[in-house]
Design a protein around this ligand. Structure first.
Ligand code: ZN
Length: 123
């Protein structure tokens, strides 16, 4: 029998690191919401929804756009550091598909749209 175990960690970030982490989370959410918005518009107008291959090409374009150049800062370095520190401590970093994670119950994993009352509030 294979037993899966998970640990939750709290990052003890300095105030500066906390701000930076929140910025990084904000950029990830911005990218997700922007791509979702484009897909919704296409769906509603009867167009074909872009493939993940097509969507993967959007981010490098957005990073070069003056209005969204803030997207070019940071996730790669954050992940590299996290993986390095985890490997050093004997741990592992597991990447998770972000789809529906904001609607998933953190206790039992049950995923439902009703778990997320508003865009700003998690339960
Ligand atoms: Zn639950």
């Amino acid at each position: 029998m294979k037993i899966l175990k998970a640990y939750k960690f709290r990052l003890e970030a300095t105030p500066e690191q906390h701000v930076r982490l929140m910025q990084l989370c904000g950029t990830a959410r911005f990218v997700w919401n922007r791509a979702l918005s484009i897909c919704n518009e296409k769906w509603e107008s009867g167009e074909k929804i872009p493939s993940s291959y097509t969507m993967a090409k959007w981010l490098p374009i957005w990073k070069k756009d003056d209005e969204t150049s803030f997207l070019a800062q940071g996730w790669y370095e954050f992940r590299r550091q996290l993986e390095y520190k985890q490997a050093w401590a004997g741990g592992e970093v597991v990447a998770v598909n972000p789809a529906y994670t904001s609607q998933a119950c953190s206790a039992c994993g049950h995923t439902d749209k009703a778990n997320r009352k508003t865009q700003a509030k998690f339960i």
